[in-house]
Design a binder for this molecule. Structure first.
Ligand code: APR
Ligand code: PHB
Length: 390
């Protein structure tokens, strides 16, 4: 097989890039290790920046998102038993976010790829990358008993944190930055009316909690738990009791509980690799960086990588201008680090760390009191939450 761009990974990053490039007449193939059902079975975050929504429109995938996604012009932070609201629209110059599940984004992208007869290979086993620093890189994969070779101009590693692409770069050519947080989020999805039409992020002495939603009949709740906890340790009743405990009374009094339809624990990690290019291999999304979920930067930062790489490739193929490809890594990383800063700030502020001293608690309480007393501070939060421009 011969294509211009071979994309490894059929998550949101790989699918969005292949859809955008295809619309510009650039030929791609997506090699995905898992089945489509498996990819669409993963439940992930659900807050989308307008920048990402625009990109989905440009890719011709925005219709259902417009219909079913909810525009949120604010969210709440609960602290010290009170509920304060961040008016995103007021403090970000009229901007907002869209609440629409990542699973739905991925489904819309697969549907668009099907409509355009885009090449997406599922259950591509043993994907391997070769000659990345030459002008003729290639990728191989196993399809049952036969090995398929894909020759291409460029390889895109969009295969997530555990993918093969980043590992194909010699260790000495990369610099890794990592912070593993000493706790996880236990998440529950339930077919109940959300406790609040807007998200509630909660700081509490017993740990962080988040009330989120997928729609007005589907709720998503999280509580901070020790990394040693297992899903089996948490019955639905125990989860609801702990969530209620952490919420301020005006929210917990309204909380509607019901059976969980999904329950899982996700560890919190921050990770960045530099650079995001090695020869003719470009890394995008989770293959290059991981965010803790606080502040929902993961998917949105993957989208800005896709935006930079897409425009760079179009300039290269259309005008022979390689400058965008040359500065892709530096441009993408500048925004990645700003998003890392924001997710680190929000995670540190709202979670309980075992080493937190009374001094740390006082500082965090003061940080929150200051935030809600200062328009300047609210503006900083709002502009980061809705997504820095790109
Ligand atoms: N070969 C082919 N495909 C692979 C391989 C491999 N060796 N390893 C992993 N994959 C696939 C995974 O099965 C997955 O479908 O690559 C895809 C990567 O998708 P994501 O992990 O969703 O990463 P990305 O598309 O960058 O999306 C970023 O999604 O993971 C969330 O929090 C993340 O919100 C962020 C966004
Ligand atoms: C979610 O709905 O899953 C969600 C929302 C906001 C976050 C993280 C997760 O910051």
């Amino acid at each position: 097989m011969k294509v211009q761009v071979c994309i490894i990974g059929g998550g949101p990053s790989g699918l969005l890039l292949s859809q955008l490039l295809h619309l510009q007449g650039i030929d791609t193939v997506v090699l995905e290790k898992q089945s489509r059902d498996y990819v669409l079975g993963r439940i992930r975050a659900g807050v989308i920046e307008q920048g990402f929504a625009r990109l989905m429109h440009e890719a011709g995938c925005g219709e259902r998102m417009d219909r079913e996604g909810e525009i949120h012009e604010g969210f709440h932070i609960a602290h010290g038993g009170i509920l304060d609201r961040v008016d995103l629209s007021k403090y970000s110059g009229g901007n907002s976010v869209l609440v629409y599940g990542q699973t739905e984004v991925t489904r819309d992208l697969y549907d668009a790829r099907d409509r355009m007869k885009g090449a997406v290979v599922h259950q591509a086993e043993d994907v391997a990358l070769f000659d990345l620093t030459s002008d003729a890189p290639y990728v191989t994969y196993r399809d049952g008993g036969r090995t398929v070779r894909v020759d291409c101009d460029y390889v895109v590693g969009a295969d997530g944190f555990h993918g093969v692409s980043r590992g194909s770069i010699p260790k000495g050519a990369l610099r890794e930055y990592e912070k593993v947080f000493p706790f996880g989020w236990l998440g529950v999805l339930s077919r109940t009316k959300p406790v609040s039409p807007e998200l509630i992020y909660t700081r509490h002495a017993r740990g962080f909690a988040l009330c989120s939603l997928r729609s007005q009949v589907l709720s998503r709740y999280y509580i901070q738990v020790p990394l040693t906890d297992k899903v089996e340790d948490w019955s639905d009743d125990a989860f609801w009791a702990e969530l209620k405990h952490r919420l301020p009374a005006e929210a917990s009094d309204r909380l509607l509980t019901g059976p969980s339809i999904e329950k899982s624990i996700a560890p919190l990690r921050s990770y960045v690799v530099e650079p995001m290019r090695h020869g003719n291999l470009f890394l995008v999304g989770d293959a290059a960086h991981i965010f803790p979920p606080t502040g929902a930067r993961g998917l949105n930062t993957a989208a800005s990588d896709v935006h930079y790489l897409y425009h760079a490739m179009v300039a290269h193929y259309r005008k022979g201008d390689g400058s965008g490809l040359d500065c892709y890594s530096q441009k993408a990383l500048t925004r990645v680090w700003k998003a890392q800063r924001f997710s680190w700030w929000m995670t540190t502020l709202l979670h309980r760390f075992s080493e937190d001293t009374p001094y740390d608690d006082k500082l965090k309480e003061t940080e929150l009191a200051y935030l809600f007393s200062s328009e300047a501070a609210l503006r900083v939060l709002a502009e980061n939450y809705v997504g820095l421009p790109y």
